[in-house]
Design a protein around this ligand. Structure first.
Ligand code: AMP
Ligand code: MG
Length: 424
């Protein structure tokens, strides 16, 4: 008997609904700045100092008063030497200071002349404390080769904001304002389940001995890796045995210790599957049909924790077809997990690029076509766009977000989202 099909939900509606469930996890960890990559900041970071802290030289050369060097060719004595890490004295009128990159500009100096534009005359007498003199080969402009105090960060500025996801560059910036530790939202704890009696783990049965109808569990590998990239702690429950009691036990146990239970397979409409009734028994489940290709079936629900009636663990059921599973993870689960960590700006950057391919058959659903950027500045299409062909996601370096009902002719501009953008 066929179950009546629910109306298709748009991807935007599905995402909005999902994000509506993703209340930020309570629990902030103070981690070392070294471990910040990929974590989401729980507070604004305000600088207690200027960066750089004072005016400093951006070149190895000589600090001068421009008024002393109006013309090229003049000779001036070197009155002091200021390496990085030292602080010089006020510059005597009519002299220059030997200075190195990063060293503070001495009071009175208003420009640096790079050493390539100066000629030391070789008259230094170190034993008598004389640093000699230099011929200045080009007249300086006021301010040249000086990095100004606070030109990177001013004291009191918000350098990194709450909800921002840390990158290697932001770790460096946090360190530059003296932060050795950072407050971040705790990692989401995710329980990963694979469903499907046809699944075999690589290593358990050799390819030449695979029984008819069996396939290797590929989803488990990319899902676990994607979850880790998003900062999750993953408990992998493996392939859940296809029995009602075993499924209920596994879900109950997972709900207690986790923020999200993520499954793949068994969310198609009308399918016999133990995850669906088990989640319904233990909480609630919405089966969605999302108007995208690949990736139509998707489920969101909640599993009650044994401890309390309204204390629930999130449940997300992904489709089993590997590319559908992969794409729905990137488009829906990734923003959900970032939002659980308090992440703002969870929408990927879209670039407009020319298609170097034809896609004559428009689809009723919004499509995410696996493509690859080419050296000519356009996009090539992977020839087989089937939802079971995982090669497309390895060959491709992103997707074209193609609106419902649109065919593509070579040269048309299309919307490209890179995997780098979606997987980071
Ligand atoms: P389902 O969503 O369970 O109907 O599965 C749809 C298709 O995806 C079927 O061909 C399954 O064999 C396949 N599939 C389900 N789970 C996995 C998995 N973990 N790895 C690889 N293929 C899978
Ligand atoms: Mg299945």
């Amino acid at each position: 008997m066929n179950t009546p099909r629910p109306p298709l939900k748009s991807l935007d509606d599905a995402l909005a609904e999902l994000l509506g469930h993703a209340a930020t996890l309570t629990g902030v960890e103070q981690i070392t700045t070294f471990d910040g990559d990929g974590r989401v900041l729980a507070q604004d970071m305000v600088s207690a100092l200027h960066v750089p802290p004072q005016d400093n030289s951006s070149m190895d050369g000589y600090a001068v008063r421009c008024a002393d060097v109006r013309l090229a060719g003049g000779v001036l004595p070197v009155s002091q030497r200021i390496p990085a890490g030292a602080s010089g004295q006020s510059l005597q009128t009519g002299t220059v200071a030997r200075i190195f990159t990063g060293a503070p500009i001495p009071a009175g100096a208003d420009a640096v002349i790079m050493q390539e534009d100066c000629e030391p005359l070789g008259d230094a007498k170190p034993d008598q404390g004389s640093l000699g003199s230099v011929r200045i080969k080009s007249a300086p402009q006021p301010g040249q080769w000086i990095r100004r105090a606070g030109e990177d960060v001013t004291r009191g500025a918000v350098v990194l904001s709450k909800g921002e996801r840390l990158t290697p560059a932001s770790q460096g910036l946090a360190a530059s304002i003296g932060m050795s530790t950072l407050p971040v939202v705790r990692r989401p704890r995710v329980a990963l389940f694979s469903t499907g009696d046809e699944l075999v783990m690589p290593g358990d049965i050799a390819p030449e001995h695979m029984p008819a109808g069996a396939i290797y569990n590929s989803n488990r590998f990319f899902l676990r890796a994607l979850l880790r990239r998003l900062g999750c702690e993953v408990t992998d429950f493996g392939i859940v045995p296809d029995r009602r009691d075993a499924t209920i036990d596994a879900l109950c146990e997972a709900a207690l210790q986790h923020d999200l239970i993520l499954t793949s397979g068994g969310v198609s409409v009308g399918e016999e599957d133990h995850i669906k009734p088990a989640v319904q028994t233990l909480g609630e489940l919405d089966l969605w049909q999302i108007a995208i290709k690949p990736g139509k079936p998707f489920a969101y629900g909640k599993v009650r924790r044994a401890s309390s009636a309204d204390d629930m663990c999130h449940f997300i059921g992904l489709p089993g077809n590997p590319v559908s599973s992969f794409i729905t993870f990137l488009l829906l689960v990734r923003p959900f997990l970032l939002r659980l960590q308090g992440g703002q700006g969870v929408t990927p950057v879209v670039t407009v690029m020319p298609a170097h391919f034809d896609w004559p058959r428009a689809d009723k659903r919004r499509e995410f076509l696996r493509v690859r950027r080419n050296a000519a500045g356009g996009l090539d299409l992977f020839p087989n766009q089937s939802s079971g062909v995982l090669t497309s996601a390895v060959w491709g370096d992103g997707v074209v977000d193609n609106p419902a009902g649109r065919s593509i002719a070579k040269g048309d501009t299309v919307q490209f989202i890179s995997f780098a953008e979606l997987m980071g």
